[in-house]
Design a protein around this ligand. Sequence first.
Ligand code: ZN
Length: 255
Amino acid sequence: MNRIIFLGTGGARVLVSKQYLASGGLWIEQAGVRLHVDPGPGALVQAAKRKLDATKLDAVILSHKHLDHSADVNVMIEAMTTGGFNRHGLVLAPRDAYEGDPVILRYLREYVTECLVIEEGFSHQIGEVRVTAPVRHDHPGEVFGLLFESPGCRWSYIADTRYFPALAEHYRADLVVMNVVLLEKRDIYHLSAPDARRLIEEMRPKKAVLTHFGMTMWKAKPHTIAARLSRETGVEVIAAQDGMVVELPGEEKER
Ligand SMILES: [Zn+2]
């Protein structure tokens, strides 16, 4: 089955520090490829708890280097490669995750086949899956969302960003996963529930999944917000829960 497993749905510093919600990122199984996106604190523990075998990963991917997205990146690289004994797999991350004050340890970079730098317009084929970073986000540091395309399946992940109009055009897809940290619009570099509504109305996906909740969203109960957005937009909107599995869109004819 082509699916996303939510190894965490918590986001931003305060909530992740409290671990009210887990912060292990997205585990993706698509067209025979296994990817782990944004392995925040506890990612390996969350994967192991759900019997997901990290040694079978094909790539570990960071949208950006902030700790709630990257804390376990080294742990996952080591797990993917069985401590370097089975050299394979890719690491995809923005340049500032490798340079300056890097979050990806240099000695681990030898364990993988290749470390690739995500820049605006980046696109790379991993098996049957094309991974594209269409646009740089409005968020501190180098930050990118991702499109994942395989035959008959296209979905997008809108990582941390402030709302800007071009987002909708870049991430339009049948399934859209978006990081919605804030309940109300505030002048910080994150999407809010009203931003999510606007994006959903602009993109009109078949399904939108909200995740990466900060304290205000968590207190407001994300499933309540998702239900409201569904009513308001007429699009199926769900709030991710820790451990939730979402099936990826596929070619209905072949099913
Ligand atoms: Zn961030």
